[in-house]
Design a protein around this ligand. Sequence first.
Ligand SMILES: [Zn+2]
Length: 460
Amino acid sequence: MHTFVRCGKLFTGRDDGPIDGGMLVFDAVGRLAYVGAEAGAPQRARGDRLIDHSGDFVMPGLIDVHTHLAYGNAKSEEDIDLYSPLEFRTLRGMFFAQKCVAAGYTAICSPGDAGQISLSIRDAVKAGLFDGPRVVAAGPYLTTHQGLTDWYPTWIGAPETSIGKLVTNLNEAIEEVRRQVKNGVDCIKIALDGVQRRPDGELIAAFTQEETGAIVRETHRLGRKAIAHAVGREATLYAARAGVDLIFHAFDLDDECIAAMLENGSLLCPTLTHPRNLVDFTQAHEPAAQKGRVEATDKRYREGCARLRKAVSAGVPFLAGTDSGFAITPYGEWHAKELELFVADLGLSPAAALRAATEVNGRFMNNGRGEEIGVLEEGRAADFVAWDGSPLDDIRLLQDRSRLKGVYIAGRPLRIEDRPYDPRQVTDFALSNWTDLYTQARVAELRIDAGATRPRLAAE
Ligand SMILES: [Zn+2]
């Protein structure tokens, strides 16, 4: 039994232009048997099904390679790490993974998570227990006392429930790679940015070049992919020289980094949405604004885009990912904003942006051990989405859920109910109570009249 899908326009992910009047044919296990013009399609046999998307733009299921399933739309690092048990976070992550599918994202990479949350969600979906996206999963970030994700003072350390796994020497790092691979991760995440800066402002990497190389070699020896968080130039350079498969951010990259990326085949996911949303959405009263993060991020974003455009021109492959899972990047909401920013701020064509979120992302997601995704072609999985209108005319269309006409994974239609929930019971369990400091001067400045609300207790 085969299923035929009549498409108004068919964008395969392989070419920039769509096929007018296309046809997809897939078999009973959801593997594509024909992709092309309807005129060249095989004959329908008795018992074959027909799905009509003849009024729609059909394309490969969208992929976001930077969605943290463990974070729960967190407002703080403590919220990510401390206040809810791993078991609750896993159930929460499953719920939010479905929000991604409902937005047309049929596959995500969860690059750095506490415990075994993402790989458990991956396996539960794969086993058919829940509807959800395909997941490529990492475990906790490998970090050092100089690294991102080792947030807390040394007397607290990195708790078991943290997204960071603190390693204090190379042997521990290698052991952690082996442990995570045994537990079933698809990739190893390295927190390569440090926290110290040189006098000229450059970030110092958390690991040395030699340590980075050894971690990546062991990861590759065990058949897994290495991924790294690297904003700073040094971290980006170490990652690229070591042959990290996918580098996130790279906002401070230079020509040397670009050359090393091209030489070693590193892919780059800049993740523009998170900083852009931080600048666009943060309100003046919020701690991120009070701490000056909005101005700093705006500057980093503008300078970063200028450098990233050089990497685009040099031919470094750009992958689309958003850092969804924070309060400024809630699941299912902003995944396709990345493509709008690719067009507006990196100068990609809408077709190139679409291919970034499909074909190019697929190069990272496919590991040769499972079904191939990212491109609609014979032999690959029938993961596709249908839109009312063409994102090639306006890439922002992909952010409009009312235009999404169908989501299919391995040929199976997914309809995720838009289930309401109480966000206050899901995250934001931080213990802070005040955002202001009530000195006498501040109280006077705020013109607080305590007398107006305080009852008179003494007998008159
Ligand atoms: Zn991230």
